[in-house]
Design a protein around this ligand. Structure first.
Ligand code: IPM
Ligand code: MG
Length: 353
């Protein structure tokens, strides 16, 4: 029997609720594929601040480096919002991404045909949309130095090295090669020097991929094109900040932020988490949509465990429950009674058996 150890970091808000549904699905897959999972729980974010006075305890980091993959629920707790910068829950996640070297963040936004009416956009605009956002995750404005709050003045620095651009571009071109051979690189090269370097490098690298149609797009235009004509996009390659913003925007094409999974990959480590945050307003109410979390588990099977059959099984299970009409409140319309987090999780897990 195969064995896999998974670091489980439920985190804050709705994190623990959606993680619980992910475990149901993993248990079902364990039966189906004859794999044994060793779940190792750790604290991060607000939970870790409560218990260890740091958003990323050493034990958690150790746990994550010793396991085959990391599953994370969500981060963020309003209780800690007004504290000093190093005592914010988000620091835990940013620290973990940096420490594990998770530079490549893959965020697929695919419109399920059963949910074509769930988006705020017209059906004919979003029908068939299938976009992969490749977001650089350990550089750019999030990590650039110098960065300081001096009280009456504060600044961050957006910085990318050629090496950082090249390695994320390589990932994006490789992804495009496996998809529809189209890549849009998003920057702000009409204003920012860092984007001019970004554009130069991407252009250079595109020459080694003659089969992939590449275009450059300014980020403001991309934000507009995503709602005007999202069908034009296949792979979107972009930096850390722009990717953060555009992926939330892209989620609305699919009906809800509760639908978007993600994989954060490094040379030797990987972390899987939903794109949504901790949603403190609905935490503990059994209302959150667990699909983003469960689809992140599918990505773990695909990218970390190279078990495509398990990934597809989970994705098919999600598709089937949606086709049967099951909806959590975020994707329900006025004619549908919404199911709870637990009900959605159980229904998907049963279809994975
Ligand atoms: C995301 C989140 C994080 C980010 C926060 C929680 C630090 O918004 O994963 O998109 O900004 O990267
Ligand atoms: Mg975000």
């Amino acid at each position: 029997m195969k064995k896999k150890s998974i670091a489980i970091l439920p985190g804050d808000g709705v994190g623990p609720e959606v993680i619980k549904q992910a475990i149901k699905v993993l248990d079902a897959i364990s039966d189906f594929a004859d794999i044994e999972f060793d779940y190792q729980y750790g604290d991060i974010g607000g939970k870790a601040l409560d218990r260890h006075n740091t958003p990323l305890p050493k034990e958690t980091l150790q746990l994550c480096t010793s396991c085959d993959a990391v599953l994370l629920g969500a981060i963020g707790d309003p209780k800690w919002d007004s504290g000093p910068a190093d005592k914010r829950p988000e620091r835990g996640l940013l620290g973990l991404r940096k420490e594990l070297g998770l530079f490549a963040n893959l965020r697929p936004a695919r419109v399920f045909s059963a949910l074509e009416n769930a988006s705020t956009l017209k059906k004919e605009i979003i029908s068939g949309v299938d976009i992969l956002i490749v977001r650089e995750l350990t550089g750019g404005l999030y990590f650039g130095t110098p960065a300081e709050d001096q009280g009456d003045k504060a600044y961050n620095t957006m910085v990318y090295t050629q090496k950082e651009v090249d390695r994320i571009a390589d990932i994006a071109f490789a992804a495009a090669a496996m998809r529809r051979q189209k890549l849009t690189s998003v920057d702000k090269a009409n204003v920012l020097l860092v984007s001019q370097l970004w554009r130069r490098r991407v252009k250079q690298i595109s020459q080694t991929h003659p089969n992939i149609t590449m275009n450059h797009m300014y980020v403001d235009n991309c934000a507009m094109q995503l709602v005007r004509n999202p069908g034009q996009f296949d792979v979107i390659l972009t930096g850390n900040l722009f990717g953060d913003i555009l992926s939330d925007e892209a989620s609305m094409l699919t009906g809800s932020l509760g639908m978007l999974p993600s994989a954060s990959l490094g040379e030797s480590r990987a972390l899987y988490e939903p794109v949504h945050g901790s949603a403190p307003d609905i935490a503990g109410q059994n209302k959150a949509n667990p699909i983003a979390m469960i689809a992140s588990v599918a990505m773990m099977f695909r990218y970390s465990f190279k078990m495509k059959n398990c990934a597809t099984r989970i994705e098919n299970a999600i598709n089937r429950v949606l086709t049967e009409g099951l909806r959590t409140v975020d994707i329900a319309d006025s004619n549908t009674t919404a199911v709870s987090t637990e009900q959605m999780g159980t229904a998907i897990a049963e279809k994975c058996l």
